[in-house]
Ligand binder design. Structure first.
Ligand code: ZN
Length: 151
């Protein structure tokens, strides 16, 4: 049996990115794209506030930073929060093999939809992720609603 990648260690990279975003005054959501063999391909965080750009989510940032890859089947998108519809679409568009998320308490996004389409989805239900974003949402409800496309 092939050894399972260390999802916890991978999540730590995404959490680091979320903290960078928080320190910049942004929404604390981070992500990282890894190869299954454990290699980090790219990492990033949400920069809606910092750059005034609603298209820079943690996942899209990590994906872009990873540059051109020959294929995505053996990659894992690791994110502090369940991916939104936009990022779930990215996962399917490029055939990313697996999604590891820190939590789905603050937001469920497209996690079930990804599962229904055969993508391996692992929810680590991590307290640090739940608290970091939960506290931020409580303090910034309007920016949060803007980020998830709620009026
Ligand atoms: Zn997203």
């Amino acid at each position: 049996m092939p050894s399972r990648p260390d999802y916890r260690a991978m999540l730590d990279t995404a959490i680091e990115e979320a903290r960078i975003g928080l320190a910049e005054g942004g929404i604390p959501i981070g992500a990282a794209l890894f190869h299954r063999d454990g290699r980090l391909l790219g990492r990033g965080h949400n920069r809606r506030v910092q750059e005034g750009d609603p298209s820079v989510h943690g996942e899209t940032d990590a994906f872009r930073k990873a540059g051109r890859q020959r294929g995505y089947r053996d990659t894992i998108m690791v994110t502090t929060l369940a991916p939104c519809w936009y990022c779930s679409g990215l996962v399917r568009q490029f055939g990313i093999g697996a999604v590891v998320m820190g939590e789905s308490v603050n937001f469920q996004g497209g996690a079930e939809w990804l599962r229904e389409h055969g993508i391996e989805v692992v929810d680590l239900n991590d307290d640090t992720c739940i608290r970091m974003l939960g506290d931020w949402i409580a303090a910034n409800p309007e920016v949060w609603n803007e980020d998830i496309g709620e009026e």
